[in-house]
Every structure is written in structure tokens, then in C-alpha cells.
Design a protein around this ligand. Structure first.
Ligand SMILES: [Mg+2]
Length: 126
């Protein structure tokens, strides 16, 4: 399959979204972005067939990343989507909670563009 995979980036910090999107575009990925959990679920409902992976912030106003993760992983239509939680270093509780809810991987903020691309490519080709 040479089809481009779309990655959904969800974070309430615009700088993180912009930077992440820039890196992924350099890696030739399609991207969709939003800054809150509610919009993320709307996008998943509409575009779940084309989304290969979601980079999901945990701490966001309103619907948290955990709620989005839970909604995705408990729905037969969406649970194939790889979900990567953005975590802040040393927040071990985040990782434990995310694991229980079905997160596929964790990416510690801040990260470099090189790290991000390798991480995403490894997950999508695994
Ligand atoms: Mg946040």
C-alpha cells in the first residue's frame, strides 16, 4: 500500500499543533488538526476510514484526551485507529491510565521532528 496515511493532531496548544503538523508534512503525511476533544470526535466520526493514527494531548479544556481515547477504543468502528498520547515526562499516572483505556503508545513532549517522524513511521508500518 502506497496510500498516504492521515494523521489527526489534537492539542489545545497551537504551537504544538503547528510544529507537529509541519514535521509530519515534511514526512509526507496528510494531517488534520483540531484543538479540543469534541472536535476530535466529530472528525473521527466523519473521517475514521482515512485516519491511521491520532496524536492526542491529554490535558485539554472540556473533553480530555482520556475521554476521546475511551470513546475511540470502545467503538468497533474506530478502535483500529492507532492512538498516541502526548505525555509530559515523569507523569507515570498518565501512562498507567492511558494504558487501561487502550492507548497504543506515548510520546513525551517536547520531542524533535526526527523523533516524531521515526515514531509515527514505526507505528504505521508495524
Ligand atoms: Mg494540553
Amino acid at each position: 500500500m502506497t496510500e498516504k496515511k492521515t494523521i489527526l493532531i489534537v492539542d489545545d496548544e497551537p504551537d504544538i499543533v503547528n510544529l507537529t503538523e509541519k514535521f509530519l508534512k515534511l514526512g509526507d503525511f496528510n494531517t488534520i488538526t483540531c484543538n479540543n476533544g469534541r472536535d476530535a470526535m466529530e472528525i473521527v466520526k466523519e473521517s475514521h476510514n482515512e485516519i491511521g493514527l491520532i496524536l492526542l494531548d491529554i490535558m485539554m479544556p472540556g473533553t480530555s484526551g482520556y475521554s476521546v481515547l475511551k470513546e475511540i477504543k470502545t467503538n468497533e468502528k474506530y478502535k483500529h485507529i492507532i492512538v498516541v498520547l502526548f505525555t509530559v515526562k515523569s507523569f507515570n499516572e498518565d501512562i498507567q491510565k492511558g494504558k487501561k483505556l487502550g492507548a497504543d503508545a506515548y510520546l513525551t513532549k517536547p520531542f524533535s521532528g526526527k523523533e516524531l517522524l521515526k515514531f509515527v513511521k514505526d507505528l504505521l508500518t508495524a
